[in-house]
Every structure is written in C-alpha cells, then in structure tokens.
Design a protein around this ligand. Structure first.
Ligand code: AMP
Ligand code: MG
Length: 304
C-alpha cells in the first residue's frame, strides 16, 4: 500500500484554486521520488499493482455480495495519458461480471437532444458493481469549453462563465445525489506533461502496431494544450468535493499511474467497511437440512 501522506498530496482540496504546476506529472521529480530512486520505484510500483489487484478482486466480490453500494470510477486526461492502459492493468484481476467500462465519445444527435447528464445516467453502475467511465460528464465542461461550437442545439453560441458555473453545480449536485444513494465516486485526472504526450504520439506514428491509436484530431487538440489545461484547472477546482474529490495522478510514467490508481480504488472500497450478508438462524437450519439431504444422495443417482 502507498503511504497516505503521499496520496494526500494528489488530492485537490475542496474549495481551493488549482494550478496544475503544483502537481507533479512525473513522480520522480518530487523530493520523495528523488530520494527513493527510479529502480526502486519501478519495483515497488509493480508490487503495489500486483497486491492491489488481488485485493481488488476480493473487495469487488464483497461489494457484489453485500449489494449495498456501487463504485463509479471517473477517468479524465489529455490524449495519450494512458487511460485505456490503466483500466486494462488495474482491472485485470476483477471478475468481468462485476465491472462495466463505458467509453464516451462525441455525443450523438439523440444524446445532444437531452440534458447533458442523460447519457451518463443511463450507464451508471448498479449496486454491487464497479462502473468505469473512460471519459465522462466532465467532457461537458472540458472539451466543449475549448470548443463551444460542439455544445449542440439549444446551447448559447458564446457561453459565459455563468453557463459553466451552472454545469459545475449540476455535476456537484449529481454526484451528491449518487453518493447519498450509495455510490462511491473515485475521480482521477491522469496528469501527463506536454513533452511526454509528444513522445507517446511519436511512438504511435513510428510503431506500426500503434498506428491505429493515432487520430488526426490528436495533433489539432494538442494545439489547444493551454486552453485544455485551463479548462481542467477550473473543473478540478469547482468539482473536487469531500464526498468526491479529484486525484491528480502523475502519469508520465505508466507504472506509477497504474500503481496509484489501483491502490486508491482498492483502499477506498475496503474503506467502505462492507460485510458479507448475515445468514439468519432460520436460513442456517435450512442450509443444514439441505446439506444432510445432499450427503444422503446415492452416487450415480440420476433420478430427480
Ligand atoms: P477517444 O477517447 O480517443 O476515442 O476520443 C473520444 C473523443 O470524443 C475525444 O476527442 C473526446 O473529447 C470526445 N468527446 C467525448 N465526450 C464528448 C462530449 N461530451 N462532447 C464533445 N466531444 C466529446
Ligand atoms: Mg484518442
């Protein structure tokens, strides 16, 4: 497990301004990271990921059995920050029946004809399940803040700050509602530097097996780096709450990001203090009767 004093530094304090410069994108740049050193961090990260995976599988089973809570994991980031790989590695050991991943792309005409939270509401995890939003309703205060022309019909052509303020408020109220109804919300911003994004795009452009990952839009959006960064800072500041805080995860090294996300998800679910449902005395008697009856069955007896 990662020491909580390290994890605390990744949390966006509610009601505080956010300057992403204050959060490392490379954990090796921090005093703690420098002290521990690259090799040891890599080793520890692999151990933490492995340990968390095993515990996450158990925690998910308990989540399913107790059937009182659901878990919503929100992943947001700039392109090539490693959202897909994080999901793949962190959830690798979890029972596929207990987990659902939804990746949100540009909204359809039908989706744009509804309120902006509609399409996400339809995909929320039911009790007992972990739902992962690979992009989420936060796109509706991020990508469309950079490109207001994509807001769709009914929205103002030139939205003012009140418009965005109201969206943050809607999101906070939505999350409050979910949390009051038994949803644990875990939000991660995978924080990657502009240099590291360049390296990853170049890898996509040079490695034939990664060509498919590159889209022309990636370079266009990179041109808007500053506007995206500002949109993220505003959104993180406005929507980090006690019940659903944002974690700014240093993502320049994939192994660091994966270990941190895995650790936080696992310890947060464990922190719910879930219990297997208690079996009543009456049910215990029935179970015992069933056991005795089953033990009395003759071998190879095909009769009903
Ligand atoms: P990817 O995740 O790389 O497949 O890309 C999905 C694309 O859909 C990204 O460019 C997102 O910014 C875009 N997208 C997701 N949600 C929205 C939204 N609500 N409005 C506009 N674009 C969106
Ligand atoms: Mg993409």
């Amino acid at each position: 497990m990662i020491k909580s004093k390290y994890l605390k530094k990744l949390i966006v304090e509610p009601d505080s301004e956010v300057n992403l410069k204050d959060f490392p994108s490379d954990w090796l740049d921090t005093p703690e990271g420098k002290e521990i050193g690259k090799e040891l961090i890599k080793e520890r990260a692999a151990e933490i990921l492995e340990e968390s995976r095993i515990q996450l599988a158990q925690a998910q089973e308990l989540l399913y059995a107790s059937d009182t809570h659901s878990v919503l994991i929100v992943l947001q980031a700039m392109d090539a920050a490693g959202k897909d790989g994080t999901i793949r590695h962190v959830m690798a050991g979890v029972n596929p029946q207990g987990c659902q991943v939804f990746s949100f792309k540009k909204p359809s005409a039908e989706e744009l004809d509804h309120n902006f939270l509609w399409r996400y509401m339809k995909s929320l995890p039911e009790r007992g399940r972990i739902g992962i939003f690979n992009r989420s309703y936060y796109e509706d205060v991020l990508v469309v803040k950079v490109h207001p022309e994509w807001l769709g019909p009914g929205a103002p052509a030139d939205p003012d700050s009140k418009f965005w303020q109201q969206r943050y408020e809607d999101i906070n109220n939505f999350e409050k509602h979910l949390s009051r109804n038994g949803t644990l919300i875990l939000k991660f911003f995978l924080h990657v530097s502009k240099d590291e994004q360049k390296r990853r795009f170049l890898e996509r452009l040079t490695n034939p097996e990664k060509h498919w990952k590159f889209s022309d839009a990636d370079l266009e959006e990179r041109e808007h780096w500053k506007s995206y960064r500002k949109a993220f800072e505003d959104a993180l500041a406005a929507t980090s709450t006690k019940r659903a805080p944002w974690h700014v995860v240093p993502a320049d090294r994939k192994y660091v990001a994966r270990a941190i996300v895995a650790d936080i998800i696992t310890t947060s679910i464990q922190g719910l203090g879930l219990k297997y449902p208690e079996v009543s005395a009456e049910k215990l008697v029935k179970l015992n009767e069933a056991r005795v009856k089953l033990e009395g069955h003759a071998a190879d007896d095909d009769s009903p």
